[in-house]
Design a protein. Structure first.
Length: 121
C-alpha cells in the first residue's frame, strides 16, 4: 500500500492528539495550567523529599532538626518538578513547621533544596 499525503497527515494528527492526551493524563492536567497541584503528604516519594529537605538544611545550616512529617505540599512541573512542602521537624524537643522548596529531576537523580524557611506559628 502506498502512503498518500493525506493519510500521513491523518496519522500525524492522531499521534499529536494521543501525545497531548498522554501528557494530560501523565501530569494530571498540570501541563496545561503550569500551576501548583496539591500532593499527598503521605506519599512515600513526598515523604522522602521532605526528609531530604530537612537533612539538606541540617548540612547547609549546621543544625540538627529531626524530620517528623510532611504536613502538606504542592508540586509544579517545570523542566523537572518543583516541590513546595510544609514539613514538621523537631527542634530542641519542640515541633516546628518549615516551608521547604525542592527542585528534582528524578531521571537524573538530581535534587536541590532551593529554600527552607521557618513558618511563624
Ligand atoms: C556545627 O555545630 C556544632 C554544634 O553546635 C559545632 O560544634 C560545630 O563546630 C559546628 N560546625 C560548623 C562547621 O560550624
Ligand atoms: C541550588 O539552589 C540554590 C538556591 O536556589 C542555588 O543557589 C544553587 O545554585 C542550586 N544548586 C544547583 C547545583 O543547582
Amino acid at each position: 500500500m502506498r502512503f498518500q499525503a493525506h493519510q500521513f497527515f491523518i496519522l500525524a494528527s492522531v499521534s499529536l492528539l494521543l501525545s497531548c492526551f498522554y501528557l494530560d493524563t501523565a501530569y494530571g492536567g498540570r501541563v496545561r495550567d503550569g500551576g501548583w497541584q496539591a500532593v499527598d503528604p503521605k506519599d512515600p516519594h513526598i515523604v522522602e523529599i521532605g526528609r531530604y529537605a530537612v537533612d539538606e538544611h541540617n548540612k547547609q545550616a549546621n543544625t540538627s532538626l529531626k524530620f517528623k512529617s510532611v504536613v502538606k505540599g504542592e508540586s509544579q512541573v517545570v523542566a523537572g518538578v518543583n516541590y513546595r512542602l510544609i514539613v514538621a521537624a523537631v527542634h530542641v524537643k519542640n515541633v516546628h513547621n518549615y516551608q521547604a522548596m525542592v527542585y528534582e529531576r528524578a531521571w537524573e537523580g538530581f535534587r536541590n533544596l532551593t529554600s527552607f524557611l521557618p513558618l511563624l506559628a
